[in-house]
Design a protein around this ligand. Structure first.
Ligand code: ADP
Ligand code: MG
Length: 411
């Protein structure tokens, strides 16, 4: 029986998606047939240790939730991608070089409606030889309140150019808050961005390979209550546009496990945060939508190993720019970008694989969501995240949401 090995690179306080994905692979064994032979996938949690840069590896693919945050696993990922041809969700090279700032620039270049954004110099120069002197010789003085008032007006957002996890993000309501936020930014390089308020809706998309799910997201709520259960909150046109935007972003950068936040305001869908490779998929964040994420992770990781999908380290930026520079309208460009994305993701072959090989996947996920091991995982994770006096309440809360998903799926 042919066999493949899938590695999971896991962050702290994450016992949910790894356990659920392991359980799905266990319950789904053999997971598919390759050339008529059943395929067995061994799932293993990757461990960090010294490695020879020329070493072999036993992994065929790795689902990564850690490389972006920690240096050691990140450099291991780069090594196995370059040297061993291991398939990765996501491409660590483009993620490192195209975090929020370059991702904004690239998508602006494609014509996406990213809100107006400026980069401003550091408030405090690092205390390193040469920095002070270069600054005094070549950095221009600038009038921050003048720039903010003239280019943006209030409110605006000040946020780190390489953001993540809401670190250092400020809503700036007036000149006083602007100066306070800039002082506080210290040695972190910041963007100023047009603030989008009184909007129609805030959406957050989760994408795994070509599988995209758009959720109504309420950033004003506490963490466990931001993803809303509701569906049909976007018109079919805006839902299709949001999907095309996310697929374009991900295929462009070779990100296959990413989330994208967009604000629909005055009918215009504006992506504001989309360099979130290895996004949060915790059960305490996704709750009702968690089974969708696990099922989709299984489907895509399995497709990649079963089809020996080659890891694409290079980008085809020029193909996108040629479309950007053409005379097409925005919807026509988006459709052309989406076609490139579908070619990259092999969307058609994936859909066929899912239909012919994974017909019982929904059933397996549905059964797992009702199994004791799933409930144990839920309880364990709630206890990891919430203080003792809140655990009982939140266990009941998340159980209720999972039960609602089970019921909806049964229909
Ligand atoms: N331009 C903006 N207009 C309105 N709200 C914004 C804007 N930029 C950020 N926000 C709010 O701040 C939150 C954090 O900003 P974001 O860019 O997503 O940072 P991070 O990368 O740290 O998640 C967003 O989820 C949103 O609620
Ligand atoms: Mg964000």
């Amino acid at each position: 029986m042919p066999s493949k090995k899938l590695g999971l690179l896991i962050g702290a306080e994450e016992e949910d998606w790894p356990s659920a994905l392991e359980a799905m692979y266990r319950r789904h064994d053999p997971v598919a047939a390759v050339n008529g032979e059943p395929l067995h996938v061994q799932v293993e949690r990757v461990r960090v240790h010294p490695f020879n840069l020329r070493a072999d590896t036993s992994y065929d693919a790795v689902v990564d939730r850690l490389g972006h945050w920690q240096l050691n696993p990140r450099e291991w990922l780069k090594k196995v991608a370059l040297f061993n041809g291991v398939y990765l969700l996501n491409n660590p090279f483009t993620f490192q070089s195209m975090e929020k700032h370059s991702a904004y620039v690239a998508m602006m270049r494609l014509g996406l409606h990213v809100p107006k954004t400026w980069l401003i110099p550091l408030k405090t120069y690092p205390d390193k030889p040469g920095y002070q002197e270069t600054a005094s010789r070549y950095y221009d003085w600038f009038d921050l309140p003048g720039l903010a008032g003239h280019e943006f007006g209030y409110p605006l957002y000040m946020k780190p150019f390489d953001g993540g996890g809401w670190r250092g993000v400020s809503r700036v309501g007036d000149e006083g808050e602007l100066m306070t936020a800039y002082d506080a930014s210290s040695q972190t390089m910041m963007h100023l961005q047009r603030g989008l308020e009184n909007f129609d809706i805030f959406v957050r998309a989760l994408a795994i390979g070509p599988q995209v799910n758009i959720f109504h997201y309420d950033p004003t709520r506490p963490m466990h209550d931001r993803y809303q259960v509701s569906s049909n909150f976007l018109s079919p046109e805006h839902a299709a546009e949001a999907t095309a935007v996310v697929k374009t972003i991900n295929a462009f950068f070779r990100w296959e496990f990413n989330s994208c936040e967009s604000i629909l305001k005055d009918g215009v869908l504006q992506p504001i945060d989309f360099a979130n490779a290895c996004p949060d998929v915790a059960i305490v964040s996704l709750h009702y939508h968690f089974p969708w994420a696990i099922r989709s992770l299984l489907a895509w990781s399995l497709f990649c190993v079963a089809s020996d999908r080659p890891m694409r380290l290079d980008m085809n930026t020029r193909d996108y720019l040629a479309i950007a520079d053409s005379e097409r309208s925005y919807p026509e460009k988006l459709a052309a970008y989406e076609a490139l994305a579908d070619a990259y993701f092999d969307t058609e072959r994936f859909a066929e694989f899912r239909a012919t090989q994974l017909g019982h996947l929904d059933q397996v996920m549905w059964e797992l969501a009702q199994a004791q091991e799933f409930d144990d995982m839920l309880v364990h994770n709630v206890c990891l995240i919430f203080p003792a006096h809140e655990q009982e309440q939140f266990i009941a809360h998340f159980r209720g949401l999972i039960a609602a998903w089970v019921q909806a799926e049964a229909r």
